[in-house]
Design a protein around this ligand. Structure first.
Ligand code: SAH
Length: 196
């Protein structure tokens, strides 16, 4: 297929914030993703107390699910509204603090301590700030990243994972000439070249 039609497309941070404000969030699902259920063993790889990263997390309900199983969840999301809705919709008390390393960023942490959501751009993170992860749940993340930012995103993700980590990636397959995205069409060949 011709993916050229999406190459130049850019969705700005402002547009994402507007989607949240307008409630234009068709990507959010109330039910946990069936593929996470199916491949949970692969993600956890026998570990208990894993550190799991949710890039571009929105208010994904799977964060609560993994935290309830005793894992520690870290997410990053540009929309403060999304982060606050996550905690309120699950009736989770939280505290809010600045992130000294990132100007204007805030970190929202459940009082129980095992869910930490950074409210900033993912491109502001580094392993010196958030540490490294045993597992990644990438749904609506790589496919939401602007095509021009993919390499930067993947390089960052690689820098955030431990050696023996598991990375679950969900993509969508469709004709990119018929829909401008997001989600964007990321062909398997590109995934292979991006992640190496
Ligand atoms: N993964 C979530 C949300 C997918 S939609 C889910 O499965 O439901 C993509 C999300 O990324 C949106 O909530 C958007 O606000 C957020 N986002 C977009 N660009 C971002 C960036 N540069 N840094 C952090 N979050 C971003």
């Amino acid at each position: 297929s011709d993916v050229g039609s999406q190459k130049e497309r850019v969705v700005t941070e402002e547009e994402w914030l507007q989607k949240w404000e307008m409630g234009n969030i068709g990507f959010h699902k109330e039910q946990g993703h069936p593929l996470l259920q199916k491949y949970l063993d692969v993600l956890l790889n026998g570990r208990s107390g894993s550190r799991i990263f949710f890039p571009l997390c929105g208010k994904a309900v799977e964060m609560k699910w993994l935290a309830d199983m005793g894992h520690s969840v870290v997410g990053v999301e540009i929309s403060e509204q999304a982060v606050k809705e996550f905690f309120s919709e699950h009736s989770l008390p939280y505290c809010e603090e600045p992130v000294p390393e990132i100007l204007g960023a805030k970190m929202f942490q459940s009082t129980s301590g095992n869910i930490s959501l950074y409210c900033c751009s993912i491109y502001d993170l580094s392993s010196s700030i958030v540490g490294k992860f045993d597992g990644v749940w990438d749904r609506g993340a790589l496919v939401a990243v602007n095509p021009c930012d993919r390499q930067r995103y993947v390089s960052l993700m690689i820098s955030l994972v431990e050696k023996n980590s598991s990375y679950l990636l969900v993509t969508v397959s469709y004709d990119p000439n018929k829909h401008k995205g997001p989600p964007f069409y990321v062909p398997e060949s590109e995934i292979k070249s991006l992640f190496g």
